[in-house]
Design a protein around this ligand. Structure first.
Ligand code: FAD
Length: 387
């Protein structure tokens, strides 16, 4: 497995999953000089006609930016993000009240998920010691030998061995399946009763339909809608609601009735016809919170990103925490001289408590955003504390 070059002996690192965290991780390992291969089940999203996936845009915050900065990608991504300085709370009567995220000048950024993923794949590919393999779905792997089997859409299989396997294959990780077969692996998975649906708010006369530098929130206690701005001057609105409520609405007229009751200010902005059709375009999507520990097996395999800790999206930290995983791993690699046998357990020791805390905060914010954010007490506290 080890490949001897003119200057050094390079170990082979295989990153399974070329999503947000896998693509960034490939940059981290490549920068250190490892022989890196990424295996991704989808086709290359940079050339694909249709890119399937989760949310259209996401909020990038400080912890995510720090990781991007480490591989020289911060400016590139930030330049294509839209700063959101505050939440903008929409009351039922249409009144809008901003609640800043931090002190003056502090903000989070709305970024396009597909573009971020494409940029990170391209950044990884620039390293001569990195190879990206698309249309490769991990089927099976051995924790003892590091041998992985990938299936291709033409029915063929490919086998490859690595010194280190990095599982970045998301919430339903195939890598994690081997962990589940082992003793003393803790695992929990919770689906929340809410689902989510995305709707688009188009520009009006070529301009944003609402103030762009905010994360707009319509908190309605048991459910809520949020909207993040996009570079094309649209907003992506995400409706979070219990599945049973989604299912009660079965006709276009019922959609309008529902919006009239809870989000009347958005009807002229999204458009009656669009609401009537877009609501039925795709079913509401599920949200899961996954915690596990440890994150590693021996010196052979480590989990990062959603594969290690899928969180509900209400804290806007899933990707950010995954990016931070890469940075924390990098720091431990420095401290422990790239010795996988000590780096991996240390990574588990340091990272599990922090990721679990983020999962808990995300669950807490699930209620905070849709209910507490409505209360006068909350608005008062946010103003006094300036948070
Ligand atoms: P993924 O993005 O799931 O990528 C995993 C990759 O692995 C995919 O490309 C997949 O095709 C590939 N793969 C899967 N199985 C295999 C296999 N067997 N073999 C090979 N490849 C495989 N986070 C934030 O920080 N801010 C936000 O504002 C935010 N908003 C969100 C809104 C919603 C509605 C949702 C659902 C999530 C949100 N998140 C947000 C969370 C964020 O989307 C995830 O944390 C992030 O995508 C995790 O990245 P990842 O690379 O670990 O996993």
């Amino acid at each position: 497995m080890e490949e001897t070059t003119g200057r050094s002996t390079k170990k082979k690192v295989v990153v399974v999953g070329g999503g947000l965290v896998g693509a960034l991780n490939a940059c981290f390992f490549a920068k250190r000089g490892f022989d890196v291969e990424v295996f991704e089940t989808r086709e290359d999203i940079r050339i694909a006609k249709v890119v399937k996936g989760r949310s259209i845009n996401l909020a990038l915050s400080h912890r995510g930016r720090q990781a991007l900065k480490h591989v020289g990608m911060e400016e590139k991504i930030v330049s294509k993000g839209i700063p959101m300085h505050a939440r903008m709370i929409h009351s039922l009567s249409g009144k809008q009240s901003p609640i800043p995220y931090g002190r003056k000048g502090q903000f989070i950024l709305s970024v396009d998920r597909a573009n971020l993923n494409k940029e990170l794949l391209t950044a990884a590919e620039i390293y001569p010691n990195t190879r990206l393999n698309f249309d490769h779905k991990l089927q099976d792997w051995s924790a003892e030998t590091g041998l992985m089997t990938f299936a291709r859409s033409d029915g063929s299989n490919e086998q490859i061995k690595a010194d280190l396997i990095v599982g970045c294959d998301g919430a339903f990780s195939a890598i994690r399946k081997q962990f589940l077969r082992r003793s003393r692996f803790n695992y929990s998975q919770t689906y929340i009763p809410h689902g989510y649906m995305e709707l688009t708010m188009p520009p009006i006369n070529g301009e944003f339909a609402m103030k762009p530098n905010y994360l707009h929130i319509w908190p309605r206690n048991t459910f809520m809608m949020i909207a993040l701005p996009n570079l094309d001057k649209t907003f992506t609105c995400t409706l979070f609601m219990p599945f049973e409520e989604f299912e009660k609405i079965t006709t276009g007229d019922e959609v309008i009735e529902f919006f009239q009751k809870y989000f009347p200010d958005t009807i002229p902005l999204i458009g009656v016809d669009a609401l009537k059709t877009d609501y039925f375009r795709l079913p509401a999507q599920a949200m899961v919170s996954i915690k596990c520990s440890p994150y590693h097996i021996g010196d052979k395999c480590v989990l990062m990103g959603d594969a290690a800790h899928a969180v509900v999206p209400f804290y806007g930290q899933g990707m950010n925490a995954g990016f931070e995983d890469c940075l924390v791993f990098e720091e431990i690699m420095d401290q422990l001289n790239e010795d996988f046998s000590t780096v991996l357990p240390e990574y588990t020791r340091v990272r599990v408590p922090d990721d679990h805390a983020i999962a808990d905060l995300a669950m807490y914010n699930y209620v905070e955003m849709r209910a507490h954010v409505n209360s006068k007490w909350f608005l008062f506290r946010k103003r006094v504390d300036n948070i």
